[in-house]
Design a protein around this ligand. Structure first.
Ligand SMILES: [Zn+2]
Length: 130
């Protein structure tokens, strides 16, 4: 199978679409992920526990953004901790809930780019849409 170019794969992930064809939606609700692509029938959860890797992406983005915000507001702008910490705690709880769909999409795209095991040989419209 031809490898989907990295930039096209990540554009598809930002749109929460299938990394192989770019057409099928990854999610049918905010937390509900489709089992397969509606366009090319690619099974998104490639093995049991597959999306555990996406939690590392989600944790990384949350931690880095929290650290940057804390340094910016407390160290650079000199706001006291009593003003900075409560909103950042809210960020630490809410951001991963919002970002989990994108973390899964990025994980799936990353994994399909590097590991072709079990991928269909010729997905429809491969590399055509972004
Ligand atoms: Zn697809």
């Amino acid at each position: 199978m031809a490898r989907v170019p990295f930039e096209i794969g990540y554009k598809r992930a930002l749109r929460l679409r299938c990394p192989l064809c770019g057409e099928g939606k990854l999610f049918s609700g905010f937390f509900r992920m489709n089992e397969r692509c509606s366009h090319c029938d690619f099974k998104f959860e490639r093995e049991p526990g597959y999306f555990l890797g996406s939690s590392y992406i989600n944790y990384g983005w949350t931690s880095v953004s929290l650290t940057i915000a804390y340094i910016l507001f407390h160290v650079v702008l000199d706001y006291p901790n009593s003003y900075v910490v409560p909103p950042l705690v809210g960020w630490f709880v809410l951001f991963p809930m919002f970002f989990h769909r994108y973390a899964r999409a990025f994980w799936l795209t990353f994994d399909c780019y590097w590991d072709h095991t079990g991928l269909p040989n010729d997905p429809p419209d491969s590399g055509q849409s972004s």
